[in-house]
Design a protein around this ligand. Structure first.
Ligand code: GLN
Length: 440
């Protein structure tokens, strides 16, 4: 990478709010490839804040496993990308720091929570962005920014060094301008790691036969606006006509319960995971040390957490409380198991599932502001089901509406990532992705 290239990236960063911290190491020039890490992945040479004031100044003593793997393979870390605080959000507006702006229209959101990662993938040539998804945080920004967003099976990539949101849901994945780059680099980060007991070595990431059929869950198309359906239907025609895939309709009635179950499980886990941030071990410190420790924690946590983080701590504490746990948390876990069984039934009749990724294109910031909390949570209804079930999925650009990209999401059965990547490679031989004007 030339020094002038780094300068060009710096300039883009000023205009688009991609990074919280950006490397100034000119020797990146000689690296095999460059990549970025979402700021909830630890890195020795950059602060790691997960977008939260409570972690300001935290410099971890180790690299997260996927960061370590990419460096070992010759990759150079360009910087840490902006995100919703701890992953809590859909539009990357819940952050204590930089606000990422959409590469196709700066007045619009990049999506979230890996907003900076999608922005980097769209604006920086040949870039691989490490993202993290709990309930759609890779697919959503990929769709809004017109890039490919790949989320593997839960357990495929080590979570060592990932600042947890919902530990039973979090997955590290990749975003890039094309699927070919992901197919090439993803094997570098896949595989078991003794430092993460939920990482899994079996079955191995390997070549599988290409998919021959896709199923479209009827329930996922309910309420999708006509303009989105028209672009989506054209894409389905290409899959059917040009790629020769059999397209069938499948029935997945449990989809409607995925979202409430997800928000209960995710917030329950988040509320325990965030208990460790109290201004003692990491990040921000409280000023008033002459107080009882309860008072100290209150001081640090009140000032350090943003509004959405506080809301989720309250909600998740409630759903785990004695007296409510069985009604909410345990029930939600049962829904998750039933949903996995429903996916199994669906995959008995087709190789992959397909739906639009998001029900609309990237909204303007004033539109995001006007949304109610419920509308914001409901925006995730297409990305949550595969995340809740731990299924690998991938968002591919599939068209545009008034110059803004639209994405479609393919989902495969557990451990069948290779099917998605193969289909993605076929797709991008036939479909030209949108390219933003500004690029470095
Ligand atoms: N928008 C969802 C949430 O706020 C998903 C975010 C994510 O995957 N981190 O929980």
């Amino acid at each position: 990478m030339k020094a002038s290239r780094l300068e060009a990236i710096r300039e883009l960063d000023r205009d688009y709010g991609i990074f919280y911290s950006l490397s100034d190491d000119e020797s990146l020039e000689s690296a095999e490839f460059h990549f970025s890490a979402k700021d909830n992945l630890t890195t020795v040479d950059h602060e790691t804040t997960a977008g939260s004031r409570i972690l300001s100044g935290y410099r971890p003593p180790f690299d997260a496993a996927p960061v370590e793997s990419l460096r070992k393979a010759g990759g150079a870390l360009l910087g840490k990308t902006s995100m919703d605080e701890f992953g809590f959000g859909t539009f990357s507006v819940n952050s204590a720091f930089a606000l990422p702006r959409n590469p196709h229209d700066r007045e619009r959101s990049c999506g979230g929570s890996s907003g900076g990662a999608a922005c980097a993938a769209a604006l920086i040539d040949g870039h691989i962005a490490l993202g993290v998804s709990t309930g759609g945080s890779i697919s959503c920004p990929a769709a809004f920014c017109g890039v490919v967003g790949f989320t593997p099976t839960y357990g495929r990539v080590s979570r060592h060094g990932l600042l947890d949101y919902g530990s039973s849901l979090d997955k590290v994945g990749m975003l890039s301008a094309d699927c070919a780059s992901i197919a090439e680099r993803f094997p570098l980060i896949a595989g078991p790691d003794p430092r993460d007991p939920t990482s899994c070595g079996h079955p191995e990431h390997r070549e599988r036969s290409a998919a021959r059929s896709v199923g479209i869950p009827r329930q996922s198309l309910e309420g999708i606006p006509e303009e989105v359906m028209s672009v989506f239907n054209d894409a389905v025609e290409t899959l059917r006509g040009d790629m020769g895939l059999e397209v069938i309709e499948v029935d997945m009635p449990l989809f409607r319960y995925a979202q409430p179950a997800y928000y209960i499980i995710a917030t329950s886990e988040a509320s325990t995971n965030l208990a460790r941030y109290g201004g003692m071990r990491y990040g921000a410190r409280g000023e008033d040390l002459d107080t009882h420790f309860d008072g100290y924690f209150r001081q640090v946590r009140s000032a350090g957490f943003g509004r959405e983080a506080k809301r989720r701590i309250l909600l998740g504490t409630f759903t785990r409380m004695v007296g409510y746990r069985d009604r909410y948390y345990v029930k939600a876990l049962q829904v998750r198991q039933a949903l996995i069984a429903e996916y199994r039934r669906a995959f008995a009749s087709c190789d992959m599932l397909l739906a639009p990724t998001m029900p609309f294109v990237a909204p303007r910031f004033d539109e995001v502001e006007a949304m109610s909390l419920l509308e914001t949570y409901l925006a995730d209804h297409l990305t949550i089901p595969p995340n809740l079930a731990g299924m690998p999925h991938m968002s591919l650009p599939c068209g545009e509406i008034d110059g803004m990209p639209l994405g479609m999401q393919l989902t495969a059965d557990h451990w069948h990532e290779d099917r998605l990547l193969k289909a993605g490679l076929e797709w991008e031989r036939r479909f030209e992705y949108p390219v933003p004007e500004a690029r470095a």
